[in-house]
Structure formats: structure tokens, C-alpha cells
Write a protein that binds this ligand. Sequence first.
Ligand SMILES: [Zn+2]
Length: 182
Amino acid sequence: MKTRSIRYASLAITQVLSVAAVTLTAPSTPAAAAGFDWTSPPRQPRSSVVYVEEHVGARFDSALRSSITFVDRYTGSDMRLGRCRTGYRCIRVVESNATRGHGGWTTSTAGRATSEIRLSATLARKNWNTRRSIIDHELGHANGARHNPKCTSRMWPDYRCRNGRLPARTFTRAERAVLATW
Ligand SMILES: [Zn+2]
């Protein structure tokens, strides 16, 4: 018993350190369209069912549904719109301008059992494809993906690539590996 609890403790410390590194390396330039903030460490036992509690209006609804289907493909999860339930991972999607100037912002707490995706009023004014692009990105964060310094996937942190196009609707191989094991 003693050995086991010691092992858990060191595991938890490792997780804290790696999360801290993520926070430190996260771009925080005002130009970035989509930020994230992970506040808490070790993950919980994984269930493929994840409840997505939707607190956003029609302006975001159909894009969110499309994003769920898209991200489920990479995570192997079964995200379901509905009220969060005990024993399942939960992603709350809310309209909020507490996004540090970004279009969207994702936080995860309590061993990532619960994530919150905030979608801003600025994002609500963007066209449907842009809204969906940012929601894909934030759902990526909620499932463990970090920013991509190149505009080769949805994890690029700006609205658009330098060529003016939306980031490709895909995830890199490295991102897929993270998403699949989250
Ligand atoms: Zn981001």
C-alpha cells in the first residue's frame, strides 16, 4: 500500500511539471485567435463517452455539432451533447468574453474531468467556417492537443494562416497521437 501511494505521488509531480511547461510555452501574443490555459494535472480514468454541455446559442450550435463529429474521429471518443454526468468527462461550452482577447479559450480542471470552452462575441461575428475552425481548435485543446507553430493543422493559434486561409481541417501526426490517447 505504501509503495503504491508513493508511486502515485511521483506520477502526479511529473504531470504537474509537464503542465507547467505547457503553460510557459503557450503563445500569449494578442494576435493569437485562440488561447488555452491548463490549470490542473493528472488525468482520470478514460471513458469514451464525453458529455458536451452546450450553453451557446444558435450562432454556434451547428458549428459545434460539426466540430464534435470531426474531433471524435481522432480521439475515438463519443462526445454527446447533453448535461454533464458524474463519472464522465465533461466539456462545457459557454459564450464568454473572458478569453484574454482571443476568439476562444479553453481551460481544464479537476484532472481534466471537466473542461470549459469559452467562445467570444467577436468569434460570434465571424463567418460559419471561421467559427467552426476555432471550435475544432478548442475541442482539440480540451482533448490534449497543444498549439502547432506551423499552419498545418487546426492547432495553429491564429484565425488564419499567413496566406489568409483558414488552417487546414486536420491534425498533425503528433497531434493525432495525443488526441488518441487522451
Ligand atoms: Zn489554442
